[in-house]
Design a protein around this ligand. Structure first.
Ligand code: NAI
Ligand code: MG
Length: 358
């Protein structure tokens, strides 16, 4: 759970606006986030780090050698998006985002997925839902363990080894149970696949069950991930907190974002819950080269990610005020970016949200 830290003074925010629509959504969002924090008595000091694909073309690296040291000196990191067609994606993501997540032990990836007022979701009948996925982000299926063997022969094979540790499962499960306990419905679904993955997912189930013993007030159950994906579509209103491994959470949260009506609405937080290191807040979408430079990107996912950052910094009031302003503008419906069927620009939409703060 995101424990509140007492608001005071100034918070230093490292800003990596990145590429494509990243700078557009970050610039549109920053003033209103600063205004919301100021209303809570806190100054946000933005520290821009101009890293990304331009930096890569100039230096051969996505960010400088001392980047992690410089980021370590911030209270939080606010990221737009990185990636551009002229730089291979495995370089832009592997050289910038992954080192930050790994170095700062941001092992919880928190992704709210709820239907916002006035927005038509993707589901027939438009059922209301409010889910949040707690995705394990430091191990599991994405550790890179394995390799290619007997390459070029008829016996060629690839092995991709998932690595699950008791410490890794326990800490993410505990975070998810704490979060479930703090929400009105107190429900938790654990994504598993122990019928087919008899080592890793049987272990996952055992550790989740052990952690559950400390949370008798939370109603929880495991779901096989395929059935859970179907349930997100057929009965999303029955789901609350979902805890999932790295791969399962990756897939389920793209599904969840699609259900909410636009990828441009969805926020993400990469958290170091122990607060030993800065956490990072970003929209879940990428740099959207197809619409970059036109000023029409939806800024809501970024603004909402900024609200999660304010809450992480202890500014619950500022968080609530930003989320209410987003909801008010979407419910009124007059100002919408093209992905939501409107004609507003990024700046117009962000300004409309800023005007509703308070
Ligand atoms: P994408 O999320 O950038 O775009 C997918 C589709 O959604 C596009 O049609 C785009 O126009 C639309 N879209 C995305 N954000 C939007 C917004 N705020 N408002 C309106 N429409 C929006 O994913 P794609 O195209 O797969 O990747 C583009 C680049 O972004 C690649 O280089 C990829 O590696 C990178 N990427 C970076 C991420 C990050 O920085 N965390 C995450 C995902 C992708
Ligand atoms: Mg993904």
């Amino acid at each position: 759970m995101v424990e509140a830290r007492r608001p005071s003074g100034t918070h230093r925010i490292g800003v990596i606006a990145g590429d494509g629509i990243g700078p557009e959504v970050v610039e549109a969002s920053s003033p209103l986030l600063a205004a919301a924090a100021a209303a809570d008595g806190v100054l946000l000091e933005w520290i821009p780090f101009p890293w990304g694909c331009d930096h890569y073309h100039a230096t051969g690296r996505m960010m400088p050698d001392d980047a992690l040291d410089r980021l370590a000196d911030t209270d939080a990191i606010f990221l737009g998006a990185v990636g551009r067609p002229d730089v291979p994606d495995h370089i832009s993501v592997r050289d910038l985002i992954l080192p930050i997540r790994r170095h700062f032990e941001q092992y919880v990836n928190l992704r709210p997925m709820s239907l916002l007022p006035g927005v038509r979701g993707a589901l027939a009948g438009h059922p209301d839902f409010d889910m949040v996925c707690v995705r394990e982000k430091s191990e599991g299926e994405y550790t890179g363990a394995g390799g290619r063997f007997d390459v070029g022969t008829s016996e060629e094979r690839a092995e991709q080894t998932g690595i699950f540790t008791r410490r890794g499962i326990e800490r993410v499960a505990r975070y998810a149970f704490e979060l479930a306990r703090s929400r009105p419905r107190r429900l938790l679904a654990s994504a598993t696949k122990s019928n087919a993955l008899q080592h890793a997912m049987v272990f996952w189930d055992e550790v989740v069950e052990e952690v559950a013993a400390d949370y008798p007030e939370v109603t929880w159950r495991p779901y096989h991930v395929d059935a859970l994906a179907a349930r997100m579509v057929t009965h999303p209103q029955t789901l609350d907190v979902i805890v999932a491994s790295n791969l399962f959470g990756d897939i389920l949260t793209d599904l969840g974002a699609a259900l909410t009506g636009s990828l441009g609405l969805a926020p993400g937080a990469n958290l170091n819950p122990e607060r030993l290191h800065p956490s990072m807040f970003e929209p879940i979408h990428g740099s959207a080269p197809d619409i970059a430079g036109r000023g029409i990107a939806n800024p809501v996912g970024t603004i909402w990610a900024g609200a999660l950052m304010l809450r992480h910094l202890g500014l619950q009031g500022a968080h609530d005020s930003v989320v209410r302003a987003i909801e008010a503008v979407l419910a009124a419906g007059a100002v919408r970016t093209p992905d939501l069927g409107g004609r507003a620009t990024t700046l117009e939409m962000a300004r409309a949200i800023g005007e509703r703060l308070g």
